[in-house]
Design a protein around this ligand. Structure first.
Ligand SMILES: NC(=O)C1=CN([C@@H]2O[C@H](COP(=O)(O)OP(=O)(O)OC[C@H]3O[C@@H](n4cnc5c(N)ncnc54)[C@H](OP(=O)(O)O)[C@@H]3O)[C@@H](O)[C@H]2O)[C@@H](O)CC1
Ligand SMILES: Nc1ncnc2c1ncn2[C@@H]1O[C@H](COP(=O)(O)OP(=O)(O)O)[C@@H](O)[C@H]1O
Ligand SMILES: [K+]
Length: 499
C-alpha cells in the first residue's frame, strides 16, 4: 500500500519529530536519499554535470545538500538560484564541496540544456498556486532540456494535496518524496508530472495520522481477491446479474458479461432484450440469459452500460435499487440517477457508482467535466458524501471514495484503456467482485487495478480493444494472485504501475 498525507499532516508530524532530533537532521536524511536517487539516475557520478534549480525554502535546501554530496563524488554541480535568498546552510555545503551558483539567465539556460541531471528544488510542500517567475521560466527550461529531471518531494507547480496544476510546472522523470507520499503525486493532473515516485523514509511514520489517500499495490489486491473454497459451488461463489446493453448497443452486454466471467464468479445471469441475449450467448455460452427481470436470484447487480435512458431502463433501475442486494450503477443508469436520485436515497444496501468525469458532473449540478478532471479527489468525495455510497471516478487517474474512509487512487491506469467499451468491461469486473462478496470500495479498487494491468499485459503496450482487454483479464488475475504470498512484484514491464 502506498499512502499519502496532506501538507498539514506532514508539517505536524515533522514538528513532533524535529522536537526530538538535532537541528537539520531531517533535511540531512532527505538530502542523503535524494543524492542516492540522483546518483542512480546518473549511473556514473564522477564527471557528470548536475544542475540544481533552487528556490527560497527548505525544498531548495534539500537540493543544495544533495548537490554537495554529488559534488563530493566528483560531479560538476551548478545551482541556479531562483530569488535572492536561498538556504544558507545548503549553499555553504555546496560551495565547500566545490559546487557553484549562478543566477537565472543565458548562462544558466545553457547549463540546464547541457545537464546530465536536473534537480528540481524550486518549491515543495510550501508551494502555493501557479509558479511565479523566475521559477516558471526555469521549469520550462528544465522540461525542454534533454537531461532527466529529478523532483525534490514533488514536482514544482503541482498542488501537493490535490494534484491540481495551476500553470507552469515541472515534468519530472522521477520524484523522491520524503516521509510519506503526497496526494498530488498519485492523482492527475499532478501524477502525470511526477514520473516514478520513490519514497525516502525520514522517520516520520510513527508521527503520521491516517492517510489522506491510499494506493493499493499488487499484493494488497491479491489479499482481496476471492478464491473458490473446496466446498464452493456456483451459487456460493456468487451470481452476478447484468442489466446492460440494448438493441442499439448490444456490445456493452457482451463486454460486461465477458469482464465478469473472466474475473471469476460462480455464474453470470444476463437480463435483456432477446436479440441481445442471443449475441451474449453466441459469445459466452456459459452465461445464463433471460428477458429483463430484476426479480432474478442473484447476489449482486451491475446495471447501466449501453442500456439507454428510456422509461423501461428507469423502471428497471428503480426495481434493482429497491432490492437489498449490492448494486453497481454505471453509464446510462448514472444519467438516470442524476435526473432522479430518490431510489438511491431510500437505499441502505451496498452501492457502487462508476461514473466517468462527464457523468460525475451530471451527478453534481454546477460542475462540468473539465472541473472534475482538474480536481478529481474533491469531486469524487463530494459525490460519495452527497449520494451516501461508494463512487469510482474513471479517467486518467481512477479514484474511489467512500464516506468515512480515505480516498484511494489506482496506480495501474494507462491511456491504453481509453478505448470504447473498456468501461463496460470494468463494470462486469467490479460486478463480479461485488457478487463474490467484496464490499464496494474493495471491489472497485481491485477491479480498477486488474483492469489497468490487463490493458498493459494484453498486447505488450500496443493498442488494445475492449475485447483484447477481456481476454487479458485472466493473466492480470494470475499475475496479481501470484503476489498473495508477499513475494516481490514482477518486473515493472510497463513502466510505472507500481508507483
Ligand atoms: N516536512 C518535512 O518533514 C520535511 C521537509 N523537507 C523539505 O522542505 C520542503 C518544504 O519547505 P518549505 O516549507 O520551506 O517550503 P518550500 O516547499 O521550499 O516552498 C517555500 C518557498 O517557495 C516559494 N513559493 C511558494 N509558492 C511559490 C510559487 N507559486 N512560485 C514561486 N515560489 C513560490 C516561497 O516563497 P514566498 O511565497 O514565501 O515568497 C518560499 O521561498 C519539503 O517539500 C521538503 O522538500 C525536508 O527537508 C525534511 C523533511
Ligand atoms: N487517459 C486515460 N488513462 C487511463 N485510463 C483511462 C483513460 N481514459 C479512459 N480510461 C479508462 O477507460 C475506461 C473508459 O470507460 P468509459 O468512460 O465508461 O468508456 P466506455 O463507455 O467507452 O467504455 C475507464 O475505466 C477509464 O478509467
Ligand atoms: K520540487
Amino acid at each position: 500500500m502506498r499512502r499519502a498525507h496532506t501538507v498539514e499532516a506532514v508539517r505536524a508530524a515533522e514538528a513532533e519529530l524535529m522536537a526530538r532530533l538535532p537541528e537539520g537532521a531531517l533535511m540531512q536524511r532527505a538530502a542523503a536519499g535524494l543524492a542516492v536517487a540522483g546518483a542512480r539516475m546518473l549511473g556514473r557520478v564522477y564527471g557528470a554535470r548536475v544542475v540544481l534549480l533552487v528556490g527560497g525554502g527548505d525544498n531548495g535546501g534539500d537540493a543544495l545538500y544533495a548537490g554537495a554530496r554529488l559534488a563530493r563524488r566528483g560531479a560538476a554541480v551548478r545551482a541556479v538560484a531562483a530569488g535572492a535568498r536561498i538556504h544558507p546552510g545548503g549553499l555553504a555545503a555546496l560551495r565547500a564541496a566545490g559546487g557553484r551558483t549562478l543566477a537565472p539567465g543565458e548562462a544558466a539556460a545553457a547549463e540546464i540544456a547541457a545537464a546530465d541531471l536536473i534537480v528540481d528544488g524550486l518549491v515543495g510542500i510550501g508551494g502555493r498556486g501557479g509558479l511565479r517567475e523566475p521559477h516558471a521560466g526555469l521549469a520550462a527550461l528544465a522540461n525542454a532540456a534533454p537531461g532527466p529531471v529529478l523532483a525534490v518531494d514533488l514536482p514544482s507547480g503541482i498542488d501537493a494535496d490535490t494534484g491540481e496544476v495551476a500553470g507552469a510546472a515541472i515534468t519530472a522523470d522521477a520524484t523522491v518524496c520524503f516521509g510519506t507520499g503526497k496526494p498530488g503525486l498519485f492523482v492527475d493532473p499532478g501524477a502525470g508530472h511526477a514520473g516514478a515516485v520513490h519514497l525516502v523514509d525520514i522517520g516520520l511514520g510513527p508521527e503520521l495520522p491516517a492517510p489522506r489517500l491510499e494506493c493499493l499495490q499488487g499484493a494488497d489486491v491479491a489479499a482481496l481477491l476471492p478464491h473458490p473454497a473446496r466446498e464452493s459451488d456456483k451459487y456460493r461463489r456468487g451470481v452476478l446479474g447484468i442489466a446492460a446493453g440494448s438493441d442499439a448497443y448490444p456490445g456493452a452486454a457482451v463486454l460486461a458479461v465477458g469482464g465478469a466471467l473472466r474475473t471469476g464468479v460462480g455464474m453470470v445471469r444476463y437480463a435483456g432484450p432477446s436479440g441481445v441475449c442471443s449475441r451474449v450467448l453466441d459469445r459466452w455460452p456459459e452465461a445464463v440469459v433471460s428477458a429483463s427481470d430484476p426479480g432474478l436470484r442473484v447476489a449482486a447487480w451491475a446495471v447501466g452500460p449501453g442500456r439507454g435512458t428510456g422509461e423501461q431502463s428507469r423502471e428497471e433501475l428503480e426495481e434493482v435499487l429497491e432490492t437489498d442486494l449490492p448494486v453497481l450503477v454505471d453509464a446510462d443508469a448514472i444519467t438516470l440517477l442524476a435526473e432522479d436520485p430518490r431510489a438511491l436515497q431510500e437505499r441502505s444496501a451496498p452501492t457502487l457508482l462508476t461514473p466517468h468525469a462527464g457523468e460525475l458532473a451530471r451527478l453534481l449540478p454546477g460542475t462540468d467535466r473539465g472541473t472534475v478532471e482538474e480536481r478529481r479527489l474533491e469531486h469524487v468525495e463530494r459525490a460519495a458524501e452527497e449520494y451516501g455510497c461508494t463512487v469510482l471516478l474513471k479517467g486518467s487517474t481512477t479514484v474511489v471514495a467512500q464516506p468515512g474512509r480515505p480516498a484511494a487512487a489506482n496506480l495501474t491506469g494507462t491511456p491504453l484503456l481509453a478505448a470504447a467499451g473498456s468501461g463496460d468491461v470494468l463494470s462486469g469486473m467490479a460486478g463480479a467482485l461485488l457478487a463474490s462478496g467484496l464490499r464496494p470500495r474493495e471491489a472497485a479498487l481491485a477491479a480498477a487495478h486488474l483492469h489497468g494491468l490487463a490493458a498493459r499485459l494484453a498486447r505488450g503496450g500496443a493498442p488494445v480493444s475492449a475485447g483484447d482487454l477481456v481476454e487479458a483479464v485472466p493473466r492480470a488475475v494470475a499475475e496479481v494472485s501470484a503476489l498473495a504470498d508477499g513475494s516481490a512484484p514482477p518486473a515493472d514491464r510497463a513502466g510505472r504501475y507500481r508507483r
